[in-house]
Design a protein around this ligand. Structure first.
Ligand code: GAR
Length: 202
């Protein structure tokens, strides 16, 4: 069984897509063991609680130093004994101690077709604003492994989405979520769970 830990910062619609996929039996042999938020007001924490998932907040504001926050974050992750950490709209730069401890076992969803509109400063609505400003006709979403860089790890899955004339950043964000993010993130988790099951059988 694949023990999945999900990190969130905001609304948690990607978390909801994962919870719904799990409820429909679409995630293979997985269990969502914990949700961690850096933001105490994240609606994603409510979504986790409503689904009966252990949900904790580790807020940087409650620590005197960034290092202390990073250590607490790692401790909250370790406690859940995850096989896979999913960054589902987690707007914290992942500290090196976490990458070292979970190398090759952290995945992220990014709301563009990497390598476009990614890297430092590209998150949330800013990604869609930049895509519209550049005038691209196609955008999308990417699931990738997390390494020391920002959005630089190996790509696992991508899905393209059309930009429509007159789209606002919010219109585009919603279409990218509905058509791409909520589809490819659960699928990537399923793929990793299936690989683990196969490895256990062989
Ligand atoms: C999603 O669009 C996700 O791709 C993005 O934040 C949003 C979170 O929404 N992540 C990034 O921009 C990471 N660089 P959600 O809380 O409703 O899932």
């Amino acid at each position: 069984m694949l023990r999945v830990l999900i990190c969130v910062s905001g609304g948690g619609t990607n978390l909801q897509a994962i919870i719904d996929a799990k409820a429909k039996g679409e995630l293979g042999d997985t269990e969502i063991v914990r949700v961690i938020s850096n933001n105490p007001n994240a609606y994603a924490l409510e979504r986790a609680k409503n689904a009966g998932i252990d949900a904790v907040c580790v807020s940087p504001k409650t620590f005197e130093t960034r290092d202390a926050f990073h250590e607490a974050l790692l401790a909250a992750m370790d406690e859940a004994k995850p096989d896979l950490i999913v960054l589902a709209g987690f707007l914290v730069v992942i500290p090196e101690i976490v990458i070292k401890a979970y190398r090759g076992r952290i995945i992220n969803i990014h709301p563009s077709l990497i390598p476009s509109f990614c890297g430092t400063g590209y998150y949330g609505l800013k990604v869609h604003e930049a895509a519209l400003e550049r005038g691209v006709k196609i955008t999308g979403a990417t699931v990738h492994y997390v390494d020391e860089g920002t959005d630089t790890g190996p790509i696992i899955a991508q899905k393209a989405v059309e930009v429509h004339d007159g789209d606002t950043p919010k219109d585009l964000q919603l279409r990218v979520m509905e058509e791409a993010e909520w589809v490819i993130l659960p699928k990537a988790i399923r793929m990793i769970a299936d690989e683990k099951s196969k490895a256990l059988l062989s």
